[in-house]
Design a binder for this molecule. Structure first.
Ligand code: SF4
Length: 420
C-alpha cells in the first residue's frame, strides 16, 4: 500500500565523510520521515577519519544548533564515538550511537507524532534506494566494520567488528535496483573482502549475483589486496559482468612502511597480483590509495612507492598526505615535518597525473563501452567500463550504455566519437 510521504522540507541532513555515511544518512532520513515529526529535524552524520574531519563534524553540529534553535538536532556517525564526551556536553542534541544509526528503534522517541508501524528495516532501506533512483549507479553496502587495526586508521574503533548482509537480502536488493531501472550496482563495504555470512565469502556472493540475477554490470568497491583469494581472483579475471576496474587499498610500496602500517600485504604481493590480473584480463584498470609521509617513511622508502606504481601498472591514484589520528598507534610515532609530508604528497599527485594521462593515451583508437552519467550543452559525460572518464558529443540520457572509439584525450578525460 502506498505510504504517505511527510513534508521533506522539515528534515535536513548534513553528511561528512565516506559514501557509506551518505548511504546511511539516506536510511536515517527515510526512518525519520516515517516518524512524521511535527518539528524540523536536522540529522548530522559525522566523520572521524582524520582530525580535520572530526573538527568539521563538531563545527557542523555547533552551526546547526546556532542556526536552527527550534529544530531537533540528531547527531550520529563516527565522531560520536571519538568525540562522545564533547557531544554529551552539548545542550540540545540527541546522539544516536553509530552502530544503531540505521535501526528504526533508535529514533522512536525522537519525534512527536510517531507513526507506530515502523518495524521493517528492510522496507525502509528499499525506500531509501529509491532516493538513489536519479543516480547512475546503485550503491549497495554489504559489509560494515573492520578488525584489522592498521596503525593509522580509526575505523575499527568507530565502526566496530565486521558485519555482513545475508545473501537473500543482497539478492532482493539487487533485484529491487533492477526493477527501478538500474543496470549497474556497486557492492561496497568498509573492508569488503572480510565479507562472511553463513560461511559465504565475497566471491560466493558475486557468483550468486551473477547466476541468480539479470544485473548487467557489477562493480566492487575498494579491495584489500591481502583479501583477494583464488576464487575472487578468478571472478575478477573471468566474469565479464564484473567491471574491469579494481581499486586496491595499497597505501605504500615499501615493505618496512607496510609492516609499520600493519598492512597484510608486501610490495611483491601487489606487483604479482596486478600483473597476474592483467595477464588474464588486459583491459583492467587499477585504482589505488596511497598515504604519503607515514611517520617511519624515509626518502628511499617513498621512492619504493613511486616505483611500485609503475611495476604494478597502477593508473588512477588517490593520494592522502599522512595525518595522525588521535587514538591510533601511528599518532604516537614521531611525525615527519609537515613540509616533507606535503612535498611527497605533491610528488605522488604529479605521478598520479602522469599515470592517468598514460592510461588515456593508451586508449586512443580503441573501442570502449561506457555509461553516460550526465549531459549538458550538447556534450555527454560518463565512465568507461574500466572507470575512465569520457566525454562525447550529444545529449544522452544518464545510464545509457554506449560503444565508441577514443579519438583524443585531455588531462581530465578521453574523448569518444559515437556511434561506432
Ligand atoms: S583495513 Fe585497515 S585501513 Fe581499512 S578500515 Fe580496516 S583498519 Fe582501516
Amino acid at each position: 500500500m502506498p505510504r504517505k510521504k511527510t513534508d521533506m522540507s522539515k528534515i535536513k541532513t548534513i553528511t561528512l565523510g565516506c559514501r557509506f555515511n551518505f548511504y546511511e544518512t539516506e536510511i536515517a532520513k527515510s526512518i525519520v520521515e516515517k516518524l512524521a515529526p511535527t518539528h524540523d529535524v536536522i540529522i548530522i552524520n559525522t566523520c572521524a577519519v582524520t582530525q580535520e574531519a572530526e573538527r568539521q563534524s563538531r563545527q557542523a553540529v555547533r552551526k546547526a544548533l546556532r542556526d536552527n534553535p527550534e529544530a531537533k538536532v540528531i547527531v550520529t556517525g563516527c565522531s560520536t564515538v571519538t568525540s562522545g564526551k564533547y557531544f554529551s556536553e552539548l545542550d540540545g542534541i540527541t546522539v544516536i550511537s553509530n552502530s544503531k544509526k540505521s535501526d528504526p528503534k533508535s529514533y522512536v522517541n525522537i519525534a512527536e507524532g510517531i507513526v507506530p508501524s515502523i518495524s521493517n528495516n528492510e522496507e525502509i532501506v528499499e525506500d531509501s534506494d529509491e532516493m538513489f533512483a536519479n543516480r547512475v549507479r546503485a550503491f549497495l553496502p554489504i559489509q560494515n566494520g573492520c578488525e584489522h587495526f592498521c596503525t593509522y586508521c580509526i575505523v575499527p574503533y568507530t565502526r566496530g567488528k565486521s558485519q555482513s548482509l545475508p545473501l537473500d537480502v543482497i539478492l532482493r536488493r539487487i533485484n529491487h535496483f533492477i526493477s527501478i531501472g538500474f543496470n549497474e550496482v556497486v557492492l561496497s563495504g568498509i573492508d569488503i573482502t572480510s565479507y562472511r555470512y553463513d560461511d559465504l565469502t565475497l566471491a560466493d556472493i558475486i557468483t550468486q549475483i551473477i547466476s541468480e540475477t539479470s544485473l548487467e554490470r557489477l562493480r566492487i568497491s575498494s579491495l584489500d589486496p591481502a583479501g583477494i583469494d583464488k576464487k575472487l581472483f578468478d571472478i575478477m579475471t573471468n566474469e565479464a559482468r564484473v567491471m574491469p576496474h579494481f581499486h586496491l587499498s595499497i597505501q605504500s610500496g615499501d615493505n618496512d612502511v607496510l609492516k609499520d602500517m600493519r598492512r597484510r600485504h608486501n610490495r611483491d604481493d601487489v606487483i604479482r597480483l596486478c600483473n597476474n590480473i592483467l595477464n588474464k584480463r588486459p583491459d583492467v584498470v587499477f585504482g589505488s590509495d596511497f598515504i604519503a609521509g607515514f611517520p617511519t617513511e624515509t626518502e628511499d622508502m617513498f621512492e619504493n612507492t613511486l616505483k611500485l606504481v609503475d611495476e604494478a601498472h597502477l593508473s588512477l591514484l588517490h593520494v592522502f598526505p599522512f595525518s595522525p589520528r588521535t587514538g591510533t598507534v601511528a599518532s604516537t610515532m614521531i611525525q615527519l615535518p609537515s613540509q616533507i609530508i606535503h612535498g611527497r604528497a605533491k610528488i605522488l599527485r604529479e605521478k598520479a597525473q602522469q599515470t592517468k594521462e598514460k592510461l588515456f593515451q593508451s586508449l586512443v583508437h580503441k573501442q570502449i563501452t561506457g555509461v553516460i552519467e550526465k549531459s549538458e550543452n550538447e556534450t555527454s559525460f560518463g565512465k568507461t567500463d574500466s572507470f575512465v572518464p569520457f566525454k562525447m558529443p550529444g545529449n544522452l540520457l544518464p545510464r545509457t550504455i554506449i560503444n565508441g572509439t577514443v579519438t583524443d584525450f585531455s588531462d581530465e578525460s578521453v574523448y569518444l566519437n559515437y556511434p561506432v
